[in-house]
Design a protein around this ligand. Structure first.
Ligand SMILES: *[C@@H]1O[C@H](CO)[C@@H](O)[C@H](O)[C@H]1NC(C)=O
Ligand SMILES: *[C@@H]1O[C@H](CO)[C@@H](O)[C@H](O)[C@H]1NC(C)=O
Length: 326
C-alpha cells in the first residue's frame, strides 16, 4: 500500500440516470460508476491472475473473491440493491445481456488515482516512509488543488455528456485506516485522537474534503439543471470508529482498529497481505470495521451505504430507495 491509494479512494464517482420510462417504476434507471478499489466490482481482477479459490476475499457473501477487495459486498453493491438494480457489471467483463448494461456499468478500477503519476513526481511527494506524519501532511496539502481540479474536471466532463444526477464523494477518515496506522506507526501519543486515529491525517482529509466541496459548489452554480450530490464518506465512516458497538462492531478500543485479515502486528498488518500464506482471518468479520488494511469489511460497507441512502450523509439526499438496507 502506498499513498497513491489514499487519493485514489477519492475519485469514486457515480452517475445516477433518471427514470425516463413510466414502465419502469424504479427511482433510478441506471448507475454508472467511476472509481477505484473502493467500488471496483471486477475490472482490475479481470486484468490480473485470478485470486486463489480459497482466498478469503468475498468469503462472507459471494463465497469466492468476486473481483472485489473486501470480504463481501461494497458500498456500490448495497446502493444498487437498495434501488432494485443489479450489481454493476465491470466494463472489462460484460457478459450480461444488453438489457443489464442499460441498468448500469462499473468503470471503477482498483488502484486508480485521481492524478496521473507525473503529478506526484513533479510535486516531489513520495509515499510516506517516515515517522514524521506532520511533514507528510504539509507536503500533501500542496497537491490538493490539483486533485480537486482533476475530480472537478471529470465531473464537468460527465455533465457535458448529459449526466443529470451525479454523486461526488469526499474521502474517508484515512487517519483511522489500519493500513495507514501501521505504516505511519507513530510512537507519539499526541499524534492520536481519543479513538486511536491519526489526527494529522484526518485533519488533512477534512481539509481536502472542504476544498472538494467548494469546487463542487462552484460547478453547481454554473450547472443548475444537474443535481450534484456530495457523499460525506468522512463523517459516515468516522461514526463507526466513534461508537463501534452501536453498529455491531467490537467495542474493544484496540481490536476495533485492527484489520480482520492480515499477517499480525499491532493492527494485524505487516508485509504479508491478506490471503498470503501466514495470514489469518478474524473469527467474526462482521465485528471488524477494517478488512485487509486498505479496505473496509462488508459490515462497514453496509453501514456506510445506509448512511448514504437513508441519510444523513448524502447532500442533497438521493431519491428515496424502494428497498431497505437490512
Ligand atoms: C467474468 O464474468 C463471468 C460471469 O459473470 C464470471 O464467471 C467470470 O469469473 C468473470 N471473469 C473474471 C476474470 O473476472
Ligand atoms: C482540468 O481541465 C483543464 C481544462 O481542460 C486543463 O487545463 C487541466 O490540466 C485539467 N486539470 C487536471 C488536473 O487534469
Amino acid at each position: 500500500m502506498n499513498i497513491l491509494y489514499l487519493f485514489s479512494i477519492t475519485i469514486a464517482c457515480g452517475i445516477f440516470g433518471n427514470i425516463i420510462s413510466n414502465a419502469n417504476p424504479l427511482p433510478y434507471e441506471a448507475i454508472f460508476n467511476f472509481g477505484d478499489s473502493t467500488s471496483d466490482t471486477g475490472n482490475a481482477a479481470f486484468d490480473h491472475p485470478p485470486m486463489d479459490k480459497n482466498s478469503p476475499y468475498g468469503s462472507t457473501y459471494f463465497k469466492h473473491p468476486a473481483g472485489r477487495l473486501s470480504n463481501g459486498r461494497l458500498i456500490i453493491d448495497f446502493i444498487a440493491e437498495a434501488y432494485g438494480l443489479p450489481f454493476l457489471p465491470p466494463y472489462k467483463n460484460i457478459t450480461q445481456s444488453q438489457e443489464d448494461i442499460k441498468r448500469g456499468v462499473n468503470f471503477a478500477y482498483a488502484g486508480a488515482t485521481a492524478l496521473e503519476f507525473k503529478y506526484f513526481d513533479r510535486s516531489g511527494v513520495r509515499p510516506p516512509a517516515t515517522e514524521n506524519s506532520l511533514n507528510v501532511q504539509f507536503e500533501l496539502r500542496e497537491i490538493v488543488p490539483l486533485i480537486v481540479e482533476s475530480i472537478t474536471n471529470t465531473t464537468l466532463a460527465l455533465l457535458e455528456e448529459g449526466a443529470v444526477e451525479l454523486v461526488v464523494p469526499g474521502n474517508f477518515p484515512i487517519g483511522c485506516n489500519a493500513g495507514l496506522l501501521s505504516m505511519v506507526n507513530s510512537k507519539k501519543k499526541e499524534d492520536y485522537d481519543e479513538f486511536g486515529c491519526l489526527i494529522s491525517y484526518n485533519t488533512f482529509t477534512e481539509y481536502f474534503n472542504e476544498q472538494l466541496k467548494n469546487s463542487i459548489e462552484t460547478l453547481k452554480q454554473k450547472h443548475h439543471q444537474a443535481k450534484i450530490i456530495y457523499f460525506d464518506y468522512y463523517n459516515d465512516a468516522k461514526r463507526l470508529y466513534q461508537a463501534p458497538q452501536q453498529y455491531g462492531f467490537t467495542s474493544d478500543k484496540v481490536e476495533v482498529l485492527k484489520a480482520c485479515c492480515g499477517g499480525g502486528g499491532p493492527y494485524n498488518i505487516n508485509e504479508k497481505f491478506c490471503g498470503m500464506p501466514g495470514t489469518t482471518v478474524c473469527f467474526d468479520p462482521s465485528k471488524q470495521i477494517n478488512w485487509d488494511g486498505a479496505h473496509f469489511t462488508e459490515a462497514s460497507h453496509k453501514q456506510i451505504a445506509k448512511g448514504l441512502v437513508e441519510g444523513p450523509f448524502a447532500n442533497p439526499s438521493l431519491k428515496s430507495a424502494p428497498f431497505k438496507i437490512a
